[in-house]
Ligand binder design. Structure first.
Ligand SMILES: [Zn+2]
Length: 167
Protein backbone atom coordinates (compact mmCIF):
# COMPACT_ATOMS: atom_id res chain seq x y z
CA UNK A 1 0.00 0.00 0.00
CA UNK A 2 2.93 2.33 0.68
CA UNK A 3 4.05 1.86 -2.91
CA UNK A 4 0.57 2.74 -4.14
CA UNK A 5 0.85 5.98 -2.16
CA UNK A 6 4.12 6.70 -3.97
CA UNK A 7 2.28 6.04 -7.24
CA UNK A 8 -0.42 8.49 -6.16
CA UNK A 9 2.27 11.10 -5.50
CA UNK A 10 3.38 10.59 -9.11
CA UNK A 11 -0.19 10.88 -10.40
CA UNK A 12 -0.53 14.27 -8.70
CA UNK A 13 2.37 15.56 -10.83
CA UNK A 14 0.30 15.12 -14.01
CA UNK A 15 -0.83 18.14 -15.97
CA UNK A 16 -4.63 17.77 -15.73
CA UNK A 17 -6.37 16.92 -18.99
CA UNK A 18 -10.06 16.93 -19.91
CA UNK A 19 -9.49 14.06 -22.34
CA UNK A 20 -7.15 11.74 -20.44
CA UNK A 21 -6.67 10.31 -16.95
CA UNK A 22 -3.93 11.32 -14.52
CA UNK A 23 -2.17 8.12 -13.52
CA UNK A 24 1.01 7.45 -11.59
CA UNK A 25 3.10 4.34 -11.10
CA UNK A 26 6.25 2.99 -9.53
CA UNK A 27 8.32 -0.05 -10.48
CA UNK A 28 9.78 -1.98 -7.56
CA UNK A 29 12.48 -4.55 -8.24
CA UNK A 30 14.11 -7.16 -6.05
CA UNK A 31 17.39 -8.08 -7.71
CA UNK A 32 19.04 -10.46 -7.49
CA UNK A 33 15.80 -12.30 -6.61
CA UNK A 34 17.19 -13.23 -3.18
CA UNK A 35 18.20 -9.63 -2.33
CA UNK A 36 17.00 -8.59 1.11
CA UNK A 37 15.59 -5.23 0.06
CA UNK A 38 13.57 -4.20 -2.96
CA UNK A 39 14.55 -0.98 -4.74
CA UNK A 40 12.46 1.65 -6.46
CA UNK A 41 13.59 1.20 -10.05
CA UNK A 42 11.55 3.94 -11.67
CA UNK A 43 8.53 6.18 -11.29
CA UNK A 44 6.28 7.63 -13.97
CA UNK A 45 3.13 9.59 -14.60
CA UNK A 46 0.81 10.43 -17.46
CA UNK A 47 2.22 12.80 -20.09
CA UNK A 48 5.54 13.04 -18.23
CA UNK A 49 7.50 12.21 -21.37
CA UNK A 50 6.67 14.16 -24.54
CA UNK A 51 3.39 13.33 -26.26
CA UNK A 52 0.25 11.74 -24.89
CA UNK A 53 2.32 9.23 -22.93
CA UNK A 54 1.12 6.97 -20.12
CA UNK A 55 2.48 6.41 -16.62
CA UNK A 56 3.42 2.76 -16.99
CA UNK A 57 5.11 3.17 -20.37
CA UNK A 58 6.98 6.21 -19.05
CA UNK A 59 8.25 4.39 -15.96
CA UNK A 60 9.43 1.50 -18.15
CA UNK A 61 11.18 3.91 -20.51
CA UNK A 62 12.87 5.63 -17.58
CA UNK A 63 13.95 2.27 -16.12
CA UNK A 64 15.51 1.30 -19.44
CA UNK A 65 17.34 4.63 -19.68
CA UNK A 66 19.16 4.15 -16.35
CA UNK A 67 22.92 3.93 -16.69
CA UNK A 68 25.01 1.00 -15.53
CA UNK A 69 26.24 3.11 -12.60
CA UNK A 70 22.71 4.06 -11.57
CA UNK A 71 21.62 0.42 -11.68
CA UNK A 72 24.68 -0.65 -9.67
CA UNK A 73 23.79 1.91 -6.99
CA UNK A 74 20.21 0.61 -6.81
CA UNK A 75 21.19 -3.06 -6.72
CA UNK A 76 24.50 -3.30 -4.82
CA UNK A 77 24.27 -7.10 -4.42
CA UNK A 78 23.64 -7.79 -8.09
CA UNK A 79 26.24 -9.50 -10.26
CA UNK A 80 27.98 -7.63 -13.08
CA UNK A 81 27.00 -6.77 -15.73
CA UNK A 82 23.55 -5.56 -14.74
CA UNK A 83 20.88 -6.47 -17.23
CA UNK A 84 17.77 -4.29 -17.18
CA UNK A 85 15.68 -7.02 -18.81
CA UNK A 86 16.57 -9.45 -16.00
CA UNK A 87 15.80 -6.79 -13.40
CA UNK A 88 12.39 -6.08 -14.94
CA UNK A 89 11.59 -9.80 -14.86
CA UNK A 90 12.00 -9.55 -11.09
CA UNK A 91 9.95 -6.38 -10.77
CA UNK A 92 6.46 -5.43 -9.69
CA UNK A 93 4.57 -2.43 -10.99
CA UNK A 94 2.21 -0.42 -8.80
CA UNK A 95 -0.18 1.77 -10.73
CA UNK A 96 -3.01 3.99 -9.56
CA UNK A 97 -5.21 2.78 -12.42
CA UNK A 98 -5.58 -0.43 -14.41
CA UNK A 99 -3.05 -0.46 -17.29
CA UNK A 100 -4.70 0.36 -20.61
CA UNK A 101 -5.43 -2.37 -23.14
CA UNK A 102 -6.36 -0.18 -26.10
CA UNK A 103 -4.80 3.05 -27.36
CA UNK A 104 -6.62 5.16 -29.86
CA UNK A 105 -3.41 7.14 -30.49
CA UNK A 106 -1.65 4.15 -32.01
CA UNK A 107 0.94 3.94 -29.23
CA UNK A 108 1.38 0.51 -27.64
CA UNK A 109 -1.00 -0.13 -24.72
CA UNK A 110 0.62 -0.24 -21.27
CA UNK A 111 -0.65 -3.76 -20.59
CA UNK A 112 1.34 -4.91 -23.63
CA UNK A 113 4.44 -3.07 -22.37
CA UNK A 114 4.18 -4.75 -18.94
CA UNK A 115 3.75 -8.14 -20.62
CA UNK A 116 6.68 -7.53 -22.99
CA UNK A 117 8.90 -6.65 -20.01
CA UNK A 118 7.86 -9.98 -18.43
CA UNK A 119 7.14 -8.27 -15.11
CA UNK A 120 6.00 -10.51 -12.29
CA UNK A 121 3.12 -8.70 -10.65
CA UNK A 122 0.89 -5.72 -11.30
CA UNK A 123 -0.71 -4.01 -8.29
CA UNK A 124 -3.66 -1.80 -9.22
CA UNK A 125 -5.29 1.00 -7.23
CA UNK A 126 -8.56 1.21 -9.17
CA UNK A 127 -10.10 -0.20 -12.34
CA UNK A 128 -10.27 2.06 -15.36
CA UNK A 129 -13.79 3.48 -15.68
CA UNK A 130 -15.33 3.47 -19.14
CA UNK A 131 -14.91 7.26 -19.57
CA UNK A 132 -12.94 6.95 -22.79
CA UNK A 133 -12.61 3.31 -23.82
CA UNK A 134 -13.48 -0.06 -22.37
CA UNK A 135 -10.37 -1.29 -20.57
CA UNK A 136 -9.43 -4.94 -20.49
CA UNK A 137 -5.90 -4.41 -19.23
CA UNK A 138 -6.16 -6.55 -16.11
CA UNK A 139 -7.61 -9.47 -18.04
CA UNK A 140 -4.95 -9.11 -20.72
CA UNK A 141 -2.20 -9.21 -18.07
CA UNK A 142 -3.69 -12.27 -16.40
CA UNK A 143 -4.03 -14.06 -19.73
CA UNK A 144 -0.32 -13.44 -20.31
CA UNK A 145 0.65 -14.84 -16.91
CA UNK A 146 1.23 -11.59 -15.01
CA UNK A 147 -0.17 -11.79 -11.48
CA UNK A 148 -2.74 -9.02 -10.98
CA UNK A 149 -3.45 -7.77 -7.47
CA UNK A 150 -6.27 -5.31 -6.83
CA UNK A 151 -5.41 -3.16 -3.82
CA UNK A 152 -8.15 -2.21 -1.38
CA UNK A 153 -8.62 1.14 0.27
CA UNK A 154 -7.41 3.89 -2.05
CA UNK A 155 -9.86 3.41 -4.94
CA UNK A 156 -11.64 6.73 -4.33
CA UNK A 157 -8.39 8.68 -4.08
CA UNK A 158 -6.96 7.04 -7.18
CA UNK A 159 -10.10 7.88 -9.13
CA UNK A 160 -10.26 11.47 -7.89
CA UNK A 161 -6.66 12.11 -8.91
CA UNK A 162 -7.24 10.34 -12.25
CA UNK A 163 -10.07 12.74 -13.05
CA UNK A 164 -8.28 15.96 -11.96
CA UNK A 165 -8.83 17.65 -15.31
CA UNK A 166 -12.41 16.56 -15.86
CA UNK A 167 -14.47 19.18 -14.04
ZN1 LIG B 1 -1.56 3.19 -20.78
Amino acid sequence: MDYLRLALDEARKCTPSPTAFCVGCVIIATYPPNASQPAILARGYSRELPGNTHAEANALAKARSLSEDELAALFPDAPDPLDIDAILENADIYTTMEPCSVRTSGLAPCADAVIAARMKRCFIGVGEPDDFVKCEGAQKLKDAGVEVIWLDGLEKECLEVARMGRE
